[in-house]
Design a binder for this molecule. Structure first.
Ligand code: PLP
Length: 488
């Protein structure tokens, strides 16, 4: 059969591209009409789509109709102004057009020569962002360090863990793998545990130290010191500490300086995970939460969470890039080229797990250029103001309590248990969560802290305004009233 396919016809791209942009713009205009949390049942799509792919091409309009009728009902609308679950995952016009350009160019920038602009823009943009965050100069690309865009914070912690593991094994001998110990609080994101599993760290050597309400769920330096001492006495080798600025459950902030000093005095790698809260630290009034980052070996923040850069864009900086390269580089014949062989360039393939990589710096560059630091600071401050507003609303209703001090834009709260019955309280809050989310008018999520079932209200979607916060609070109050009446 004659080949009639013209998969990259410029005029077809123009036609479909314009239609798709219109479709997406209309989506954003009407986003509030959708239930925030998708209300479909598991497996819903099987019944709506054919069993196999078509033999003949379908029309673009037909596909768009199917998206509207069959796909959108199964979408949970992370960009809805009524989205208050987990952590935010921002989109923006700047991030979107950057992503579009990246899809348009579709390069695979594993080494400098594979697309010099991709590597060089990434280095420059991460230097810019490092300066916005006032990271120490050691993290800039001019010295021994530098930044790299990983897909996710999970990949970021994995690559630095691998770098740290290989660094210590070079010192103590590779047979010592089973003696290596990793430290963090039990509030640390589960991606650390996964990284340990991948890196071959023995599960019993992954110390997730209990953080309690007495420290607002931050890791205690004393507890860390004691645990390290005990491990040293039995011949183990402490080698990696992960601290968090803004934990996933409650946005707790670990005391970086004290923890980092302990790590350094024991020759350990010190990683700081600021996946969510790093964005807030571009504001001078929040930068102090990062104090102590001077002693860190690596620092990570997700620009795709709360910094208007469409998923995925996780910024990682290291002080010693050679540690990453030593752990992750390969040099096969088919990738050899003059610039790499002469050591004149950065080849980001050696800073990450996969070989292939997208031109992700374009979207971050667009965000920084089209918005500028001052607007980004206002954006963050506005969300924090809205979270404070929500906190005040809770304070006015004696049936509720705020459970941990609010630091950034997340409020952890709960409906107080009736007659101090904690287990009934947990059930009640679980029911409240389900009742609110099943309305489709707001989406919140939960966690458990010190055995208590807690509701999380995370402000951070780009379209959220005070009226949305007020509306969500009204739904929460109404549902609480019904549940309390039922439980009498
Ligand atoms: N670290 C923290 C503090 C997080 O809150 C999260 C996700 O919410 C992660 C790491 C993992 O992020 P990612 O999905 O980018 O791997």
């Amino acid at each position: 059969m004659e080949n009639r396919l013209k998969p990259m016809d410029a005029e077809q791209l123009r036609e479909y591209g314009h239609k798709m942009v219109d479709f997406i713009a209309d989506y954003y205009k009407t986003i509030e009409n959708f239930p925030v949390l998708s209300q479909v049942e598991p497996g819903y799509l099987r019944n709506l789509l054919p069993d196999s792919a078509p033999n003949q091409p379908d029309s673009f309009q037909h596909v768009l109709d199917d998206i509207q009728a069959k796909i959108l009902p199964g979408v949970t609308h992370w960009q809805s102004p009524n989205y208050f679950a987990y952590h935010p995952s921002n989109s923006s016009v700047a991030g979107f057009v950057g992503e579009m350009l990246s899809a348009g160019l579709n390069i695979v920038g594993f080494s400098w020569i594979a697309s010099p602009a991709a590597t060089e823009l990434e280095m420059i943009v991460l230097d810019w962002l490092a300066k916005m965050l006032k990271l120490p100069e050691d993290f800039l690309s001019a010295g021994q360090g530098g930044g790299v865009i990983q897909g996710t914070a999970s990949e970021a912690v994995l690559v630095v863990l691998l770098a740290a593991r290989d660094k210590v094994l070079r010192r103590v001998g590779k047979d010592a793998l089973e003696k290596l110990v990793v430290y963090a609080s039990d509030q640390t994101h589960s991606s650390l545990q996964k990284a340990c599993q991948i890196a071959g760290i023995h599960p019993e050597n992954c110390r997730l130290l209990k953080a309690t309400s007495s420290t607002n769920y931050a890791l205690s330096p004393e507890f860390l010191s004691e645990t390290i001492s005990q491990d040293l006495t039995i011949g183990l080798i402490p080698f990696f500490l992960c601290a968090t600025v803004g934990t996933t459950s409650s946005t707790a902030v670990d005391p970086l300086l004290s923890l980092g000093k302990i790590a350094k005095s024991n020759g350990m790698w010190f990683h700081v995970d600021a996946a969510y809260a790093g964005s807030a630290c571009v504001c001078p009034e929040f930068r102090h939460y990062m104090d102590g980052v001077e002693v860190a070996d690596s620092f990570n923040m997700n620009a795709h969470k709360w910094f208007l850069t469409n998923f995925d864009c996780s910024a990682l900086w290291v002080k010693d890039r050679s540690a990453l390269v030593q752990a992750l580089s390969t040099n096969p014949e088919y990738l050899k080229n003059k610039a790499s062989q002469a050591n004149m360039v950065v080849d980001y393939k050696d800073w990450q797990v996969p070989l292939g990589r997208r031109f992700r710096s374009l979207k971050l560059w667009m965000v920084l250029r089209l918005y500028g630091l001052e607007n980004l600071q206002c954006y963050i401050r506005n969300h924090i103001k809205l979270a404070k507003h929500f906190e005040n609303l809770i304070a006015q209703d004696p049936r509720f309590e705020v459970v941990t001090p609010r630091i950034f834009s997340l409020v952890c709260f709960r409906l107080l248990p009736v007659r101090n019955n904690e287990s009934h309280g947990n059930k009640l809050n679980h029911q409240l969560l389900d009742a609110v989310n099943s309305t489709g008018s707001a989406f919140i999520s939960h966690t458990v802290l010190s055995g208590k079932y807690i509701l999380r209200f995370a402000v951070g979607a780009p379209l959220t305004e005070e009226k949305h916060v007020n509306a969500a609070w009204k739904v929460l109050q109404d549902k609480a009233t019904s549940l309390l009446a039922e439980s009498l």
